[in-house]
Each structure stands twice: as C-alpha cells, then as structure tokens.
Write a protein that binds this ligand. Structure first.
Ligand SMILES: [Fe+2]
Ligand SMILES: [Fe+2]
Length: 200
C-alpha cells in the first residue's frame, strides 16, 4: 500500500468501484444474450460482446488499484438472468446504459484529469474511453428498442430515464482527491451539461 493513503474512506470507494466493474461483466453478458434473443442487429450484439471484454479489463485494473490501496474487493458472484421481455431490457438499459454509463464516462474522464494519484489518472483515462463507448451503445440499444416498442412504452422509457437522471444527481460520492472524484460544484457543472441529453 502506498504510504499513508490506506484510509477507510479511500478503501471503500475503490473496492466498490472494482466490484461494480466485475458486476458490469455480467450485465453486458445478459444484454448480449437478450439482444440475440430479441433479434437485434449484429452490430449491437458485437458491441455488447466487446463491452463485456472491456468490463473484464476494468475489473482487473480497478482490483489491482484497490489492492495497491489495501482494499479487499468482494468476489463478484451473480446469477445469470434469464431472457426478459424486450420492454424490461429497454427499461434497464434506459437507466444503466443511457444514464449511468453516460455519467460513469463523464466521472471517469474527470478522474482521469483530476486524481492526484498518477496510477489512478492513467487507469481512469483508459476506462473513460471505454465507458463513453458503453454509453453510446446504451443510446443505440435505446433507439433500436424504441423502434420495436409502442409509443406508450417509449414514454415510460423516457420517464425512467428522467428519474434515473435525478437519482444520479442526488447520489453523493466523497470527493476524494486521490481518486479525483468530483466535488459538489463539479458534479453540478457536469450534471447541467448532461441533463439536456437525458431529459429531451
Ligand atoms: Fe467499466
Ligand atoms: Fe461500462
């Protein structure tokens, strides 16, 4: 562990971030299988497969960083989900893909510039590029799914996206300088820039 930086406040967020990257491997595996089951274009399926590989890499990168800071990452053991109706897939995608991946890409880019720890900056710059592609995939899946759903279902997706957007803003991360997590003022600026994308 680097001297003097193994505080509980740092350990928890980095271990949680590493665990979430591992969980994302399962999420993209589910998305890939459900896209196949619902007859999605091959390009979307291939992008989901590629995102799954990215998340596996992110899990390794973040787990290594966590270990460096003395944080233990819990094993990621999730049951694979079955194939759900297209609306359920689209609903999860509206929240996790359109909102959370987009926010995650913005935060990772911020960390890539602002983390005071050089290894964190390097890791987050690389992760931010991948997360931006995952966000773009979320929006592409959203557009495809809407073309297969009713106008009413599309409105429910839009409402879920707006709700997720407010939830993201309400959630607070400790603005740890070593990790470069944005403080309240930076979060407000980033949110203001992204809100028009989420709430059309
Ligand atoms: Fe990731
Ligand atoms: Fe991602």
């Amino acid at each position: 562990m680097p001297a003097g930086i193994g505080t509980a406040a740092l350990v928890d967020p980095i271990a949680a971030a590493a665990w979430l990257e591992g969980a994302a491997v399962y999420a993209f595996d589910a998305l890939k299988r459900e896209l196949i089951a619902h007859g999605a274009p091959g390009s979307l399926i291939e992008r989901a497969r590629s995102a799954q590989q990215d998340e596996r890499r992110h899990h390794c990168t973040m787990s290594a960083l966590a270990a460096r800071f003395g944080a233990a990452v819990q094993p990621v053991e999730l049951e694979p989900v079955g194939i759900r109706p297209l609306f359920d897939v689209a609903l999860e995608n509206a929240v996790e893909g359109c909102v959370r991946e987009t926010w995650g890409a913005a935060v990772a880019a911020y960390q890539g510039e602002c983390a005071t720890d050089r290894a964190v900056r390097r890791a987050m710059r690389s992760i931010a590029e991948d997360e931006a592609e995952h966000a773009a995939l979320g929006w592409a899946v959203d557009a495809w799914a809407r073309s297969r759903l009713s106008p009413e279902e599309g409105e429910r997706l839009t409402a879920a996206r707006a709700k997720a957007c407010e939830d993201v803003f309400a959630q607070e991360d400790a603005p740890l300088e070593l990790l470069g997590l944005p403080d309240a003022a930076a979060r407000t600026r980033m949110f203001a820039a992204l809100r028009p994308i989420w709430i059309a």
